[in-house]
Structure formats: C-alpha cells, structure tokens
Design a protein around this ligand. Structure first.
Ligand code: GLY
Length: 563
C-alpha cells in the first residue's frame, strides 16, 4: 500500500515535471486559406484584400510591394529593386530579378579618389549612390506573366492609402528621428520626413499618390519613359547624379532560374545570382547537413560552431566568385555541390575556431542599419510568393524627390568599390562584383520557398543586408530541426558570421553567458554591440492540417493578415 502511494506520488511529480519542462508552443496567426506577412499591417491587409477579391498571389505581390512603398518608406520602395521567388500550385517554380543596375555612365573606379582610396559616403549617400530602380518593372512583369486582376484595380487601394496617410508607429518615430542628419545632409531642401513626426501622427503621401496614379494610368512606361522618368532624371542630375533617360528606358526585369537543393527531406528553392542568397544558403545547408543539429540543441555551443564555420566558408566564396551572372561566370554547380562543400569543411574541428583570412579593413559599424523588406504570400489557390525588396540602407541614399514622393536607393554600395575594401555591410568583394555599366550589384537577398515531400511547406525571407542569408537559414532550421512553430522560429535569437570581419554577431541578451564563454574559450570573437537586431523575418508555414501559420517578426511592426 505504502509502495503504491509512493509510486502514485512519484508519477504525479514526474507528470508535473514533464508538464513544467515541456513548453507550450507559441503560435502565430493561423488562417484557413491565404495569408500575407509583411513589414506593415497596412500592406499585409491590402495584399490580403486583393486575394479576397479573387486575385492570386501575383496580384497580391503587386499590391503588397507598392503598399510597402507607401506604408514603409524606410525600405519599401519604387526607388529600389528586389527579387521574387514563386512556386505555383502545380509545383512550377521560378524567380524574378528586378535588381537595380549601374547607370551607363558608371565606371569601375567611380568611388575612388586620385590615390585610389574609396571616397567615404560616395556610394552610400546622395545621387551617385543610386542604381537604376527595378521595382516598378518587377511588379509589372510579374503581373504581365501571372496576374489575373486588372492593374488599375490592384493599384487603387494603394493610391487611396497614400492619400489617406499612414499612422506613425513608435519604431517609425525613432527611425525618422535617427535619420534626420542624413536627410538634411543629402537633400537641398527640407523633405516630408524632416518634420518632427510622432507616434500616432498620420503622414499623407500625396506626391507618391500622384506618381502612382500616373503609373496606374500609363503603366510601367510611365516610370521608365514617361513624365515620371523625365522628372526623376532631372532631379537626379540636378543633384549631381549620372542617371539618364536612356538608363531608365533600357531597364528590364529578368526571369531567372532559382537555386534548388535538398536538405534532409526538404527541397529549398531560393534566389539565384545576382543575389548570393540562394548559393550561400545552399553552401551552408549542405555543409551542416551531416551534423546532428537537433541533438546538439538550438543555439547550443556545438550548433553555433558548426553553423558559424559553414557560414565563414560560404561568405569567403561569396566574396570571390559571385556577381551579376550576365557579366561574370559563376561556377554554380560546383559551389553548391555536396562534394565541394564537404571538402571545404574538411579542416573544421569542434576543438577550436577556424580563423578567417587576415584581410586589412576598417572597423565596420552596422548601426546605419541594413534595411530591406520582405513579404511572404500564400494565396487561396496554393500559389506562393517570397519577395524581398530594398533601397539598401534605411531610407536608401537619403535622396528624396519631394515632387515624386519617394526615396532613391543607395544600391551602388552593394558593388565592390575596391577589391578587399568592405562595403557598408562589411562585405568584401572582388573582380566578380566590380562596377560596370548596366551590371547588377551582388545582393544577399534570399527570398526562399521550402517544399516538404513535394508539397509547399514554408515561405520565408527577411531584410538584414549580409545577415539575410543566415537569418533565413536559422528560421528554416528552427522549424525543421528544433520543431518550433513559425512564430517561435521567427522570433528566436539569431547569430551571424560572414567570414570577415572574423566575429560572430549575436543579438544581445539572446544567448546565455555559458554559451558565450564556451565560444570565447574555443577562439571565437563575439560581437553583440553591432547587432541589436539580426534580420526581421516574414514567413508562412503550411501546417500538417493544411492551414497556414504566419511568422511576423517581433523585431519590427510586421503583421500577418489572412483568411
Ligand atoms: N541591399 C542589400 C542586398 O541586396 O543584399
């Protein structure tokens, strides 16, 4: 009897312990059929409304992308460019490149002084930093090929949003304040964003509404050949830039073949060059696949080690081999082959950190931010879109056309201004990514779609400059290896290594002292100061019951909306 009571008590304790240890999953928004996740609720809602009207994911892409240009001027844009990866409900996949291009008058050494030193700020601030924008061409091309609703109908709610205005969030208030000196430095006159905007104020975007209304009426040609093109070129040239009407008229978005590879039972579909995203993701995932990451545990010393070492090697390859495939030959098949990657990992040991090559470079501050924005869409027909769009830095070049109502990108900084000299993300480039007229600058954007057993499983992407690739990686691993919900996977603490500088960037307070001490003892340099936020993921997971779970990153004002 006593024994029975003891056993009964023990099992109660065990059950209680188990309950205490087993954490309930925190789940994001779950919907039945369709979802849009983006950096602003207004944009996710406009995209979802287009789906509710019967539009497909490509229609919703146009609406979401342009709504972000209104509601999230920090990174959403018509003055920048991006990449989109799609998977249709019949399994067809593809990728659209609407990346900016270097102007015809650009040249390899355009950012160097007479002593061949990089001129500080020339590739990041003002008119010379601006690449030929691709966003308008991109959304019109996606719509031309796959859209179903009339463009006029898709643009209408976006124009109405611009006229009605968008409420300033706390995070936006801070961002606008932080960038005041840049706005004042670059622009001749004060701009809309020089006002002391506060949380809950409403900013009306009337100039942008007028530009979008002309685009609604005249199509993509309005931006590349019409009144908007003329105004844009006069504005840029008046500010000392080199963009011409010919540059705009020649711009075309391009369909590309996405990078595909397998990881366990997943098939990953990601962006091909001129983005480095898909290749680097493939290299890293192929390198870590043989290791028991799930057994090591999420963000454990061993997991961080093996991922870091794979990242180090992938980013070293990125720097040397990758550039615009229309200009340079990339040994793509080799770079992502399992044999090549296995060879690259041969010298990795759990006993101590590998050291990155000692390349001379300045100390890199990432405080300026690494802004880009990502949205993920799954429509009610089962089509999926993963799209990342950018003006590069927060508010791009800071050059804002008050007449047209938008910021211009500073994407020219994504080229390698000089071999071995890091760009604003600390990325080192070489010949493959040197500047040439009409060339596309290398990107890290990694819009990605994941299949499991041949079915749509996840749509994922993020902003974050050089940290985009590693944030996408960790989000996929969090779901696949660590069985997190989409929301948990997106919100979990992240780290990042990019070969040079030779340190692991870690989100502050995201890692235990024990793990950090272990890593330091193994010879890893840790950097928590430069990385308050790594990525801002927008993702959708298809649950086993076919419903959709949204992952809208807690690091931003991101929101999932669906039905
Ligand atoms: N502008 C950031 C990137 O394309 O990687």
């Amino acid at each position: 009897m006593k024994k029975t009571i003891l056993l009964f008590t023990l099992s109660l304790v065990l059950i209680n312990c188990k309950t205490a240890v087993k954490k309930e999953k925190t789940i994001g928004l779950v919907t039945q059929k369709a979802m849009v996740v983006s950096a602003r609720e207004e944009a996710s809602k406009i995209g979802t409304d287009i789906l509710k009207k019967g539009g497909n994911a490509f229609d919703a892409m146009v609406a979401t992308e342009l709504a972000l240009a209104v509601a999230f001027p920090y990174a959403g844009n018509i003055g920048g460019g991006g990449f989109m990866v799609y998977r249709k409900n019949d399994g067809e996949i593809g990728a659209l490149d609407y990346r900016e291009k270097a102007p015809l008058a650009s040249s390899k050494d355009m950012f160097l002084d007479t002593d061949r030193n990089v001129i500080k700020g020339k590739s990041t601030f003002g008119s010379m930093a601006v690449g030929i924008p691709g966003t308008v061409a991109g959304v019109f091309e996606a719509h031309r090929k796959f859209g179903t609703l009339p463009m006029e109908e898709i643009l209408q709610p976006v124009i109405e949003l611009a006229k009605r205005g968008v409420i300033v969030t706390k995070k936006q208030e801070k961002r606008i304040q932080n960038f005041q000196s840049g706005f004042l430095k670059v622009n001749k006159d004060s701009i809309l964003f020089n006002k002391n905007w506060k949380e809950n104020d409403t900013i009306k975007y009337n100039a942008l509404a007028a530009t979008l209304t002309r685009i609604q009426k005249n199509g993509s040609d309005e931006f590349y050949k019409g009144e908007t093109a003329e105004k844009l070129v006069s504005f840029i040239q008046a500010n000392g830039g080199i963009m011409t009407l010919e540059d705009l008229a020649k711009y075309k978005a391009k369909w590309r073949t996405p990078i595909t590879f397998n990881y366990d039972d997943l098939r990953i579909i990601s962006m091909s060059p001129p983005s480095s995203g898909g290749i680097c993701l493939a290299q890293i995932m192929n390198a870590i696949e043989p290791y028991d990451l799930d057994k090591f545990g999420h963000n454990s010393t061993k997991a961080i080690q093996v991922i870091t070492e794979a990242e180090r090697r992938a980013y070293a390859d990125r720097s040397f081999f990758l550039g615009d495939p229309d200009f340079v030959k990339i040994p793509l098949k080799t770079l992502i082959s399992k044999e090549y990657i296995a060879g690259r990992m041969n010298d990795f040991s759990f006993d101590k950190a590998t050291k990155s090559e000692d390349v001379s470079h300045g100390s890199i501050k990432m405080t300026e931010s690494d802004e880009t924005t990502h949205y993920s869409i799954v429509d009610q027909f089962g089509n999926a879109i993963s799209a990342t769009t950018t003006i590069n830095a927060g508010y791009g070049s800071k050059l804002y056309s008050s007449e047209l109502g938008f910021f211009l990108n500073n994407e020219m900084d994504d080229f390698s201004s000089k071999t071995g000299v890091p760009n604003m993300f600390g990325l080192i480039g070489a010949k493959a990514n040197e500047i040439a007229p009409e060339k596309r600058m290398l990107s890290s954007m990694t819009p990605t779609i994941v299949e499991k057993n041949g079915q749509l499983f996840m749509v994922v992407g993020t902003p974050g400059g050089s940290t985009i690739i590693t944030s996408v990686l960790q989000t996929i691993l969090n779901v696949h290896e660590y069985k997190m919900s989409m929301k948990e996977a997106v919100n979990a603490s992240r780290f990042h290594h990019q070969w040079l500088p030779d340190n692991i960037k870690m989100e502050p307070d995201g890692f235990s002292t024990e793990i950090k001490t272990n890593l330091k003892n193994l010879g890893y340099n840790l950097d928590e100061t430069n990385s308050p936020v790594i990525g801002k993921v927008a993702a959708i997971l298809v649950l086993p019951n076919g419903k959709l779970e949204g992952g809208a990153d807690k690091r931003g004002d991101d929101a999932a909306v669906g039905f």
